[in-house]
Design a protein around this ligand. Structure first.
Ligand SMILES: Cc1ncc(COP(=O)(O)O)c(C=O)c1O
Length: 522
């Protein structure tokens, strides 16, 4: 049972939801209009000299009308953006329990190191002799990644997890083509619970996707995989730990069955943060795996970036790594950019990206690894698993689990059975968590679980913040079960914007400002 801090009630003063202020502001929670609504086209924060009349060189394409950009004075502009920034919920504000996303604390040391001019101010087109330190860093990062995963080679350039999947599967495709089986091995097996990027990657590369169902316990059996194997199967894409937060116990057997059938095992390593320092995927028989540096090795991410998804490759796939990669000749590092410059046994499938990858993220990842050390990385994994299990155990009497109340890895998966008969949906529950001051967890993913609620607390949360989160989850579950739907039906009530039509916002976004029509003259 979670004990609340003694002063917990102080934070729970009943907010006056129905009290309206003149400004619409609520204390420090300020209603901020769009910049178009506060600015005016004839204002400017800067004094420009009137341009002298001169011939334009635009051949008649010059603009005839004002551009219509809002002008603000400098203080107005600063206030606008600072107020907007204060509406952000971030990992630096509070717990961010988004399952599958690993929003953990990013040590400031990483940021400091990544901003050193020797890393931050260099350019990919600089002569190699002027960027030897950066190349040495990439080489050292490669060594750590290979060591941690027990693999043979690494491609650093993929820009995200999904991009890494594409890179790894392209290596697999190249290996199969080199064996002369490109035309026959056209199928890729993907478990039903997989992240959407897995089947999308396979389909993008021209493979046919075959689903593999999970057992009642949420994991994939070697037997189910064997039943689908044949001379037409190129690979299986398996996430481990999987998207239900469970370690795949038969992964070695699955790898052996795939290899015996001439296929490869691609592992989605987005959840490597649960096992880094504990298990080496290479020892489990994995042939290719991407690592989301932005999750496991801490880079601030979200909202689309930045990301880096290096791919580690087994001995069988190492010759199929993409260009470019770092090589060392004597004391000098160089970037191998052309197939002709690669060592003899390398049949690179070509260049995957324009340059070498996300330098800032390489610096952060290596800083994280070196400052944690091998024992620290292992402890981070253990603590991530411990925290998820603490959340699971503290809520076991009130929430429901799709695969029974059993130990999980770094994230804990609930389903919506505890809400049955309450008229509260998973979405309502998540929205009510916003009123409690938390970013909601991942909901409705993985798709195989009804009303899924996926919580990933990460290793960097204290017991105090976990207890507060657990307290909020418990109080919401109790309210739902007691029939108190008022906390849910209009939630979030205390957010700057209330319940939005998210589907419409995603499918039919309004991205340009249209000024309101002038009022018709009386
Ligand atoms: C299991 C899994 N695979 C793949 C990805 C894709 O990674 P990215 O968002 O970096 O492309 C994610 C991202 O959340 C994930 O959770």
């Amino acid at each position: 049972m979670v004990e609340m801090p003694k002063d917990f009630s102080l934070h729970h003063a009943e907010p006056a939801a129905d009290f309206h202020t003149f400004t619409g502001n609520r204390g420090l929670a300020v209603e901020e209009p769009l910049i178009f609504e506060i600015g005016s086209t004839d204002t400017s924060g800067v004094d420009f000299e009137e341009p002298q009349e001169s011939e334009t060189r635009l051949g008649g394409l010059e603009r005839n009308e004002p551009i219509g950009m809002p002008g603000l004075s400098e203080p107005q502009a600063i206030r606008h953006y600072v107020r907007l920034s204060q509406k952000n919920y971030s990992i630096d504000t509070g717990i961010f329990p988004l399952g599958s996303c690993t929003m953990k604390h990013n040590p400031r040391l990483n940021e400091k190191v990544a901003r050193l001019p020797g890393f931050a101010d260099i350019h990919p087109l600089q002569p190699e002799k002027t960027v030897q330190g950066a190349l040495a860093l990439m080489s050292e990062l490669s060594r750590w990644l290979i060591e941690l995963t027990g693999m043979q080679a690494v491609a650093l350039s993929p820009k995200a997890g999904a991009h890494g999947e594409m890179c790894g599967m392209m290596a697999i495709r190249a290996a199969i083509e080199a064996r002369g089986e490109g035309a026959t091995r056209r199928k890729v097996l993907v478990p039903e619970s997989a992240h959407g990027t897995n089947p999308a990657t396979a389909a993008l590369l021209g493979f046919t996707v075959r689903a593999v169902e999970a057992r009642e316990d949420g994991t994939v059996s070697a037997e189910a995989v064997r039943a689908r194997l044949g001379p037409d199967v190129a690979a299986m894409m398996l996430t481990n730990p999987n998207t239900c937060g469970l370690f795949e116990p038969e992964i070695s057997e699955i790898a052996a069955a795939l290899h015996e059938a001439g296929a490869y095992l691609y592992c989605d390593g987005a959840n490597f943060n649960a096992i880094a320092g504990k298990v080496r995927p290479g020892d489990l028989g994995v042939d290719a795996m991407h690592i989301n540096l932005h999750k496991t090795f801490s880079t601030p991410h979200g909202g689309g970036g930045p990301g880096a998804g290096p791919v580690v490759l087994s001995q069988a796939l190492a010759p199929f790594a993409p260009l470019p990669f770092v090589a060392k000749d004597g004391d000098d590092y160089r970037l191998v950019e052309h197939a002709g410059d690669a060592p003899e046994d390398t049949t690179a499938f070509g260049r995957l990206t324009a340059f070498h990858g996300q330098m800032g993220m390489f610096v952060r990842a290596l800083a994280y690894m070196m400052s944690h050390g091998a024992d620290g990385i292992r402890q981070a994994s253990e603590d991530a698993v411990l925290n998820a299990n603490y959340v699971r155990a503290c809520l076991s009497d009130i929430l429901s689990y799709p695969f029974g109340d059993r130990a999980c890895m770094h994230e804990v998966l609930f389903d919506d059975r505890f809400l049955k008969g309450t008229h509260v949906s998973t979405l309502d529950f998540a929205k009510a968590l916003i009123d409690e001051g938390f970013h909601p967890m991942t909901v409705y993913f993985p798709l195989v679980v009804s009303g899924a609620i996926l919580v990933e607390p990460t290793e960097s949360e204290s017991k105090q913040s976990l207890d507060q989160f657990i307290g909020a989850m418990r109080s919401l579950a109790e309210a739902a079960k007691s029939g108190d739907c008022t906390r849910f039906s209009k939630a979030p009530r205390f957010a700057p914007r209330k319940r939005l039509d998210e589907t419409r916002a995603a499918r039919d976004p309004i991205l340009t400002y249209k000024p309101p029509l002038p009022l018709a003259a009386e």
